[in-house]
Design a binder for this molecule. Structure first.
Ligand SMILES: NC(=O)c1ccc[n+]([C@@H]2O[C@H](COP(=O)([O-])OP(=O)(O)OC[C@H]3O[C@@H](n4cnc5c(N)ncnc54)[C@H](O)[C@@H]3O)[C@@H](O)[C@H]2O)c1
Length: 266
């Protein structure tokens, strides 16, 4: 997708963090946006940040609800006449070991981070297919190749998003729809503060180590979309960890496990 100007872009999880920054940057690049989230107040705040140069619609959507995501796609088609890009961005985390985590918390993370991306992809693909050029953007994580301890369902969901995205790359090859899988490192957002099981000192530690702003992340992500890149690492930390995993896989998993297991013991 060489230019986003005039394109219709749907973004999930747009009430905060990377999703909000993507909405702002998309409008600055002349795109029309259909932003969604389950946080109505946050969504309104994001909408207030967007200029009036392009069309903006807001949609209250819980990505765990397949029918709600399908209604979102239908609403976008009705209000914007179609969609060129879906950005599956909404995400959550729960901090606990595999041994201790409840099945409810496990399912919560998988429902948002994995099923939400599947629903968004399947609901919007028919719309993207109708356009001269379409794009699926899935926000995975560096945890899709370098897992963190006490972050099991999140790691698994992000590996799943990479698997889904690579399968789509195979199946959509030669079609008008491109796929970009995004692997951010630490981005300065609310993700840790909103996560279940994260103590105040752990959230503060996340704030100290997250090295990339959401605004910078949005620029990197949309730059990759504009160049039809199939994968993009966001931040020097993500690039370094991905390289380490390729060169020294066992060492990298053990080292990141040690670093993440006992951060900011409270
Ligand atoms: N912040 C990081 O360090 C980092 C690193 C790698 C990947 N990511 C990924 O980036 C994406 C965006 O996260 P962020 O860092 O901006 O976090 P954030 O907490 O600031 O924003 C996440 C947004 O998703 C929304 N959301 C949560 N559950 C939802 C649901 N069921 N339906 C609809 N919306 C829902 C929240 O309301 C929030 O607005 C996530 O997929 C996250 O896993 C973040």
């Amino acid at each position: 997708m060489t230019s986003l100007k005039g394109k219709v872009v749907a973004v999930t999880g747009a009430a905060s963090g990377i999703g909000r920054a993507l909405a702002v940057e998309l409008c600055a690049r002349g795109a029309h946006v259909a932003i969604s989230d389950l946080n109505e107040g946050g969504l309104r705040e994001t909408a207030a940040l967007l200029g009036s140069q392009t069309k903006v619609t807001t949609h209250l959507v819980d990505v765990r609800d397949r029918q709600a995501v399908e209604r979102y796609a239908a609403d976008v088609e009705a209000k914007h006449g179609g969609a060129d890009v879906i950005i599956n961005n909404a995400g959550v985390a729960v901090r606990a070991t595999i041994e201790d985590i409840s099945y409810e918390d496990f399912a919560f993370v998988m429902d948002v981070n994995m099923w939400g991306v599947v629903y968004g992809t399947k609901a919007f693909l028919p719309l993207l297919r109708k356009r001269p050029e379409g794009h699926v953007v899935n926000i995975s994580s560096i945890n899709a190749m370098v897992p963190f301890a006490k972050n099991g369902p999140y790691n698994m969901s992000k590996y799943a998003v990479l698997g889904l995205s690579e399968t789509l790359m195979q199946e959509l090859r030669g079609s008008s729809v491109h796929v970009t899988c995004v692997h951010p490192g630490g981005i300065q957002t609310n993700i840790a503060r909103s996560a279940r099981g994260v103590s105040a000192s752990e959230a503060a530690m996340f704030d100290r180590v997250a090295m990339t702003s959401p605004e910078k992340a949005a620029k990197v992500i949309l730059g990759a979309v504009s160049r039809n890149k199939s994968r993009v690492y966001v931040g020097a930390d993500a690039k370094m960890m991905a390289t380490a995993k390729r060169l020294l896989p066992d060492w990298t998993v053990q080292l990141s496990g040690l670093a993440s297991r006992n951060i900011a013991r409270s």
